[in-house]
Write a protein that binds this ligand. Sequence first.
Ligand code: DQA
Length: 145
Amino acid sequence: MLQIAIVNGPNLNLLGVREPHIYGNQSFDQYVTQLRERYPLVQLHCYQSNVEGELINYLHSCMGKMHGIALNAGAYTHTSIAIADAVSAIGIPVVEVHISNVLAREDYRKTSFISSKCVGSISGLGMEGYALAVQYFQTPKTPNP
Ligand code: DQA
């Protein structure tokens, strides 16, 4: 079975409560329940931490266990070389996910240290971005031309 980790960084434990005009009304747990029903052939492993080093430790722990990772590093996206290095180090394909459209917000959100280490990025499509990342991992790959 396909093993996919969804990793959420700081403040994403407050989804559904936090700035609902930006991040929506749904808690992450509610959303993941739906996601598991939609992708019965995928085993989803969810992890959230507000602590940079814990996120790095979790990414390391995915080695040899996960086929892919959907990573929303929250504000660490814009600051953390250490998380970017972890993404490079683990050798697992990572899709960067942002619920909001980071390019349409404050300038400091326009820089991502992790984008260039990821297979791709999804931003601005709401929670559905996580589903699209899972969909990507589930789709058989053809080599790029
Ligand atoms: C976010 C965007 C980040 O800029 C912000 O710090 C977050 C959430 C998003 O999902 O839109 O915490 O990653």
